[in-house]
Design a protein around this ligand. Structure first.
Ligand code: BTN
Length: 247
């Protein structure tokens, strides 16, 4: 992974850069990194604040072989495991994953992941794994409205973090997990995700397009969806939504 690399000073979004390269036939593992994004995108149509020089804003092209679109959520969870492991190793912080793929330290988010799949006839043609890590942002770099919910690796660890070392660690972890996934399927990756999860066993509220569900997060199903048990003992399977910890 990352053998084909494009480095940019500034771009609207590295996701779009990778999409263009993918359409021109770029290989699996192609990586685009930008110092700054002017229109960084988050999940569910949100914006992703990507100021110059202090974060890692990157997108990685994945070309799974003959995989149905239904495995896309598994890829998302795989990327979260890889990034969480890399962050723990390089920064020595106790990072955890909030379903599906936010990385938190002490309840505050410092990394977001956006995996976009492009499919044809229900088969994945390619997927773009977008990773945004708030590495060396200082208190004053974080917009006021995000302060209660966001932090950075340097704030969480109390020291400056080498961005190159972290990018290397992310690629390393991704490579190993992707290999494990192609060899053995989602099972082992799912277990690693569960071990890093800050969602499982907790009371949560999930905001879905159809309303809010409250209950205890009990696990993942084989597709990567979140299982929830509500107060009346009813089971729910959640495919997309926004999790609020603490219910
Ligand atoms: C989220 O938590 O909402 C996901 C944020 C994903 C941000 C990354 S930064 C690199 C890539 N390019 C984008 O425009 N978004 C992703």
């Amino acid at each position: 992974l990352g053998l084909k690399l494009k480095l940019l000073e500034s771009t609207p979004s590295t996701q779009e850069e990778v999409r263009k390269l993918a359409e021109k036939g770029a290989p699996h593992g192609t990586l685009v990194l930008a110092e700054e994004q002017t229109a960084g995108r988050g999940r569910q149509g949100r914006r992703w604040y990507s100021p110059p020089g202090k974060g890692i804003w990157m997108s990685l092209l994945l070309r799974p072989e003959r995989q149905p679109l239904s495995i896309a959520p598994q890829l998302t969870l795989l990327v979260a495991v890889a990034v969480c492991r890399a962050i723990r190793k390089v920064a020595g912080v106790n990072a955890g994953i909030k379903w599906p793929n936010d990385i938190l330290v002490s309840g505050r988010k410092l990394c977001g992941i956006l995996v976009e799949s492009v499919a044809e006839d229900e088969l994945i043609r390619y997927a773009i794994a977008g990773i945004g890590i708030d590495v060396n942002l200082e208190e004053r770099d974080i917009p006021q409205e995000l302060k209660p919910v966001a932090t950075s690796l340097s704030l969480a660890s109390g020291r400056r973090i080498d961005r190159i070392a972290l990018i290397g660690a992310v690629l390393n972890e991704m490579e190993q997990l992707y290999e494990l996934y192609t060899q053995e399927g989602f099972g082992p990756v799912g277990h690693l995700w569960e071990a890093l999860s800050v969602t499982l066993g907790r009371e949560i509220a999930v905001h879905t397009p159809n309303g809010v569900l409250k209950g205890t997060a009990t696990g993942l199903d084989s597709s990567g969806a979140l299982l929830l048990l509500d107060q009346d003992g009813k089971h729910f399977t959640i495919f997309s939504g926004e999790v609020q910890l603490g219910g």
